[in-house]
Ligand binder design. Structure first.
Ligand code: CO
Length: 218
């Protein structure tokens, strides 16, 4: 990668040009497209994904503007002290009343692979400690795998499963379950083939979570 030796130049203008083409295409399909969008949003889905540029939520799911409320961070972590994430969750669950929350990891995730190693890479190590904890909890299974690649893929899946569980611990989510349907899903995206895999870890009620995490006065 020698990117830093090449002038940034006018590369960014391509994005603005593309935007004008996007607008023209949308208006050709539906002259009222932006008029309707501007009125408000009512997405059915909250997406919790990795910041990785190769995993764009709308593009890989064939969805349009207005269909998915999105939160992305390094390695799709559900951190119960992250005000940014909690604000996104509160608004999407309590106000927008999304019906599905999708935690989507991806194979080859740089954050997960870094968490498997012992190199200090800076402040990101604090964040990636969440994944080291997942590794530690599943050490026997992971270290039974000979191939590092296989171990990395499994840790990507285990990380998604843990974040699905973390979502179920949140009082806002449990409160929603008392009144309506809300499903939490764990998916993994394959960078090399573009396929989304459902890990079949759907949670849709208090019965799925350990009693110590349940609140009975919501
Ligand atoms: Co990633």
């Amino acid at each position: 990668m020698v990117k830093e030796h090449i002038s940034a130049g006018d590369n960014y203008k391509r994005l603005l040009d593309n935007n004008r083409k996007f607008v023209a295409k949308k208006l050709a399909e539906d002259p009222m497209f932006f008029h309707h969008l501007a009125k408000g949003q009512s997405p059915d889905f909250l997406w919790v994904g990795c910041s990785d540029s190769r995993v764009p939520a709308n593009e890989i799911t064939g969805t349009e503007s207005g269909e998915i409320f999105v939160h992305r961070n390094v390695a799709n972590i559900v951190d119960l002290t992250d005000m940014n994430f909690l604000s996104v969750l509160h608004y999407s669950v309590d106000v927008l009343k999304v019906r599905h929350i999708i935690v989507c990891g991806h194979y080859g995730c740089g954050g997960v692979l870094a968490a498997m190693g012992n190199t200090h890479i800076g402040v990101a190590n604090h964040w990636l400690t969440h994944i080291k904890d997942v590794y530690n909890q599943n050490r026997v299974e992971l270290e039974s795998m000979v191939e590092e690649d296989e171990r990395g893929r499994r840790l990507v899946e285990l990380n998604v499963l843990q974040q699905v569980k973390n979502l179920a611990k949140i009082p806002h989510v449990q409160k929603a379950w008392k009144h309506r349907e809300l499903q939490i899903h764990g998916w993994v995206y394959g960078l090399s083939d573009g396929i989304l895999h459902d890990l079949d870890a759907m949670h849709d009620g208090l019965n799925d979570i350990d009693p110590i995490y349940r609140y009975d006065n919501l």
